[in-house]
Design a protein around this ligand. Structure first.
Ligand code: UVW
Length: 263
């Protein structure tokens, strides 16, 4: 087992974090400055160190949504009143620190392959039939507690020149029926390549996020957004070891993450 894993190819599923990178318009951006440069402080032996100050929204870059990120009619997952767990210091429950790191079976459902396209069109709603067809094409089945990643091809569009990819056009992603289908398979976590994971209709922006409600609030399934899946898509490997360990920021509603696939 160890020898097989050690021989595996590790694919980085995170977009690089840098200032000005694409992000959701909902969140404060990533900012970094070098606070101390080499030479600012020099030790007696000539040694010196540089370090930075980072300020960022928790939902920028490739990131995981904590279960307490979204509420519906004032209630978060488990029917808990949001006001009873939130404060300026963060969430007392259901924060990203409550996410148990995932090391287990990952499955890629490549919906681009189903439609014979490199990139799904903006606003396209992924259906349960699409997900079933993707699984059948890849000859892979879903099992309870899996991490399921959905390929739309949109990480191919990542560009430093388009800060809000898909904000006006909408983005493809699962609709409510597909989200319920995923929940029915017993998935533990799901991930996608766009800022929203779910389908955003053209021109609608983030006005409603019904799939976030189904997954985070009703079902306790965490969501990974803005993943870099194109390299994995190009391998045509649908089953892999998946590693997901967001920063344990106490009380945070989400955290940047660098997910890995070992294929
Ligand atoms: C969106 O803006 C939809 O992303 P998040 O779920 O991280 O808030």
């Amino acid at each position: 087992m160890w020898e097989r894993l050690a021989r595996g190819r590790v694919i980085d599923l995170a977009q690089p974090m840098r200032q000005g990178m694409p992000q959701s318009a909902n969140h404060p951006p990533f900012r970094m400055i070098i606070e101390r440069r080499h030479g600012d402080t020099v030790r007696s032996d000539g040694g010196s160190a540089a370090n930075e100050l980072i300020v960022t929204g928790g939902h920028v870059g490739t990131h995981v949504d904590a279960l307490g990120h979204v509420s519906q009619d004032g209630r978060v997952h488990g029917g808990i009143a949001a006001e009873t767990i939130q404060s300026n210091r963060g969430l007392a429950q259901l924060g990203i620190d409550a996410f148990e790191p995932f090391v287990g079976r990952g499955v890629l459902l490549d919906v681009t392959r189903v439609h014979g396209l490199p990139v799904l069109p903006p606003g396209y709603e992924i259906t349960p039939e699409d997900l079933e067809a993707a699984a059948a094409l890849a000859e892979v089945e879903l099992r309870p507690t899996n991490a399921v990643l959905i390929g739309t091809g949109w990480s191919r569009l990542w560009s430093e020149h388009d800060r809000f990819i898909g904000r006006d056009s909408g983005v493809p992603g699962p609709g409510v029926a597909a989200a319920r289908w995923l929940v029915g398979q017993g998935v533990r976590v799901v991930g996608g390549e766009t800022i929203a994971f779910e389908r955003l209709a053209p021109g609608a922006g983030h006005s409603v996020l019904p799939v976030h409600r189904v997954l985070l609030v009703e079902s306790g399934v965490n969501i990974i957004e803005t993943m870099r899946l194109h390299e994995l898509l190009d391998t045509h490997v649908a089953e892999f070891l998946f590693v997901l360990a967001p920063l344990s920021i106490v009380g945070a509603t989400g955290s940047p993450v660098r997910p890995l696939a070992v294929v």
